[in-house]
Design a protein. Structure first.
Length: 182
């Protein structure tokens, strides 16, 4: 599984270049039309080739980056995967209730966070020390809400709500409650 920070940086770079190319094409097209005041200045064949190229490039970017998104393979093969560790977490009255004070797992293990809410819609997110998000899901009351994740790096993680659940929701942070060991 690829680290989500690496995926985000790679996608940001690829899609920024793609957007710049599209903007430059549109600017070039606009310049050609306004320079002469005629619409026939730009050859239709060239413009069509450029649009087809950009379409193929965009679709290719989606296909290539789809395979790098960390959660895709776990979600697609979910019925065939048995988690190594399951953490049953409940949420009510703007508080997470953990199965143990400090949850632990090992690098490479597949962890299932099974989170239930008995009152409101909450968010459940796992965050690194630098406050970047590893993974998250929405927790809908009285429904099954689970998130399967494979941690590739050791570390100590924080859990926090990622969904607005009223004025008390911003306090839903449990620091250093998940440890992934070598």
């Amino acid at each position: 599984m690829v680290d989500s920070n690496l995926v985000l940086n790679g996608q940001t770079f690829a899609y920024t270049i793609y957007a710049i190319v599209i903007i430059l094409l549109m600017a070039w097209f606009g310049y050609k039309i306004t320079k002469t005041g005629k619409t026939g200045v730009l050859q239709t064949r060239l413009f069509t080739v450029l649009v087809i190229f950009l379409t193929l490039l965009g679709v290719s970017l989606h296909i290539v980056t789809n395979l790098t998104i960390p959660w895709v393979s776990i979600d697609l093969n979910r019925s065939e995967i048995t988690p190594d560790r399951v953490f049953n977490i409940s949420v009510a009255d703007h508080q997470f209730r953990l199965p143990e004070e400090k949850m632990t797992a090992k690098v490479g293990e597949i962890v299932l966070f099974d989170v239930t809410s008995s009152d409101l819609t909450y968010g459940f997110g796992v965050f690194r020390k630098d406050n970047t998000m590893v993974c998250q899901m929405q927790v809908v009351p009285w429904h099954r809400n689970d998130l399967m994740w494979k941690f590739e790096k050791p570390g100590i993680y924080t859990i926090r709500s990622t969904e607005y659940s009223g004025p008390k929701g911003h306090q839903m942070i449990l620091k250093d409650v998940l440890e992934i060991k070598e």
